[in-house]
Design a protein around this ligand. Structure first.
Ligand code: CA
Length: 235
């Protein structure tokens, strides 16, 4: 079934090509240009929420949506300094993007948050992220068909990040899930494991640091992006 995106964006120059690009990828897009219209919208699987709206502040829209629904929300902001407030997650947003952003990246985030929102029936299925495959059942991680030699903690860490490629995993969540639910030790342990994991993957860009928040797994970009960019209008 096609993922239904509620696109809340007042700027036509952004919304029109973005909606077109998402539809081309097989997603269904419902567009709103105001916060009020967003709060009245129905039947969608994920919200793409611009913070700078003409009527209600995007933060407020996010708060109100979250008060009535568990739907994944990706906040879109033009200002990097708002990021801390967004990912403080007092708002209940699931992820954020800072404008200008690449279309492929946005698509990966949408897929990540909607996958995470779905009930897990395939928890033990191998996760494939580009050339990387992580299989919890056999406890093996392959990169380009070659098995990686990982310590148990490195494996658990990679397997966790691979559950939702492109999505940010907060440090506290990683420590809880990979180490111990009551981890009070030095959080430097996590950085040490991230560093060694990066060394074992062929490109350190596989694991992206989101400063002050956590980490995400992304397939390193090789060469130019052949797909349309969100900022480009076609036709
Ligand atoms: Ca705006």
């Amino acid at each position: 079934m096609s993922v239904r995106v509620l696109l809340v964006e007042d700027d036509d120059a952004i919304a029109t090509p973005l909606a077109r690009g998402l539809e081309r990828e097989g997603l269904t897009v419902q567009r709103c240009a105001t916060g009020l219209a967003a709060l009245e919208a129905e039947r969608y699987d994920v919200v793409l929420l611009d913070l700078g709206l003409p009527d209600i502040d995007g933060f407020e829209v996010c708060r109100r949506l979250r008060a009535v629904s568990e739907v994944p929300i990706i906040v879109v902001t033009a200002r990097g300094d708002e990021v801390d407030r967004v990912v403080g997650l007092e708002l209940g947003a699931d992820d954020y993007m800072v404008k200008p952003f690449g279309f492929r990246e946005l698509l990966a985030r949408i897929r990540a948050v909607t996958r995470r929102a779905q009930p897990r029936t395939d928890d033990n299925q191998p996760r494939v992220v580009g050339r990387l495959e992580v299989d919890r059942r056999s406890h093996r991680a392959m990169l380009g068909g070659k098995e990686l030699t990982l310590t148990p903690k490195e494996f658990d860490l990679l397997a966790l990040l691979a559950e939702a490629p492109g999505a940010v995993f907060e440090r506290s969540r990683i420590l809880e899930q990979v180490w111990d639910p009551h981890w009070y030790g030095p959080t430097k342990t996590l950085d040490v494991h991230i560093a060694s994991l990066r060394k074992k993957l062929d490109d350190p860009a596989w694991i992206e640091t989101v400063r002050g928040v956590g980490f995400r797994l992304v397939e390193p970009q090789v060469g130019a992006d052949p797909m349309p960019d969100a900022s480009r209008s076609s036709g």
